[in-house]
Design a protein around this ligand. Structure first.
Ligand SMILES: Nc1ncnc2c1ncn2[C@@H]1O[C@H](COP(=O)(O)OP(=O)(O)OP(=O)(O)O)[C@@H](O)[C@H]1O
Ligand SMILES: [Mg+2]
Length: 321
């Protein structure tokens, strides 16, 4: 569906040169849902804008939905949907007119765009809002309207730039449900950007981590977490254990072990390991057999934030805040 090689965008701002995207190679296969994850200014939107033919690359090539973005932008646009960061809708227009206009934009006959409009409004739970103006909609409703408009031409490939930013958790979950349903219904390939680590983790089949205009990792979330981050087990032991003895008992099964003083006479052992859920019961058992009492156990699974932190030395969570 997408094949980009050496895709680069350099902006000239007064005397300053901004290398927004630096020679990106990326492939997206039919049916995939791929999330671009990265901090502000990483180059996500710029990449999407080049892939959608809205922005001419400074160098490099991209073939999207079978056509070259530079040589055949019109062919590309006919086969994709694009929902930009922020809202595209004219605020004082009525919802129905907005969606109809989108159909006219794609040159659909009136009968066809009317039918598609009522389908989409229903699928995205916007029925009943046809006569409202766009500016009177809530943030979540407006984002769903954006999605409806992006789907008007039944694109086999859909680009969504931060579809859920600014929405409350309920609206985010709701929009994801709709995106999933639309994907099934139209068999779409989806490329989206997000700042939300949990979203990328649970929704995307593949995560492309982008930082300073470069792809620094590209794999399914589970693989990224396995390769670049560890689970952390924290065990609190009742009094009596010597740090060296506990470390020796736990070190056998792999992973890194350190100890620190806990509350009162307790001792806290921290195990860093790729296999937290296997290691946890084994560690407790090893301690029990040696006569120690574990009073509490905590397992923190590796997250995509850990992945980003380990790759860049910075936390995406902190940057987003
Ligand atoms: N038209 C432009 N002129 C000059 N610089 C630009 C332009 N568009 C983007 N940039 C710069 O390119 C870099 C990448 O911007 P981009 O919008 O692609 O980031 P992003 O990853 O989408 O960030 P965000 O998460 O904030 O949306 C930034 O430094 C930005 O300031
Ligand atoms: Mg952006």
């Amino acid at each position: 569906m997408i094949r980009a090689r050496g895709l680069t965008k350099t902006f000239q701002r007064k005397k300053e040169t901004v290398e927004a995207v630096k020679s990106i190679d990326v492939d997206v296969h039919e049916g995939e849902l791929v999330a671009f994850l990265g901090p502000n200014g990483a180059g996500k939107s710029t990449t999407l804008r080049m892939l959608t033919s809205l922005l001419e690359p400074s160098s490099g090539t991209a073939e999207v939905a079978g056509w070259d973005v530079t040589a055949d932008p019109a062919q590309v646009r006919a086969r994709i949907g694009y929902i930009g960061q922020g809202n595209g809708g004219g605020y004082s227009y009525r919802v129905l007119d907005e969606v109809h206009n989108q159909g006219r934009f794609y040159g659909l006959p009136a009968e066809e765009y009317r039918r598609r409009t009522s389908d989409l409004l229903e699928a995205l739970e916007l029925t009943g809002l046809e006569k409202r103006t766009v500016q009177s909609l809530s943030g979540g409703q407006r984002r769903r309207l954006d999605v409806a408009m992006g789907l008007m031409n039944h694109p086999p490939l859909l680009f969504l730039d931060e579809p859920t930013t600014g929405l409350d958790p309920h609206s985010r979950a709701n929009l994801w449900e709709h995106i999933g349903a639309m994907r099934q219904r139209y068999g779409m390939t989806i490329v989206l950007t997000t700042h939300y680590l949990d979203e990328a983790d649970t929704m995307a089949e593949r995560v492309v981590v982008i930082d300073h205009g470069t792809i620094i990792a590209d794999a399914p979330p589970s693989v990224l977490k396995r390769e670049y981050a560890d689970d952390v087990i924290t065990l609190t032991l009742a009094s009596g254990g010597r740090a060296e003895e506990i470390t020796a008992l736990l070190a056998g099964a792999g992973g890194e072990v350190r100890t620190e003083p806990g509350p009162g006479a307790a001792l806290v052992a921290v195990i860093t390991t790729a296999h937290g859920s296997d290691r946890l019961p084994a560690a407790i058992e090893a301690l029990r057999l040696a006569g120690h009492t574990v009073t509490s156990a905590d397992l923190r699974r590796a997250s995509l934030d850990d992945v980003f932190l380990n790759l860049t030395g910075r936390s995406l969570r902190e940057e987003a805040a």
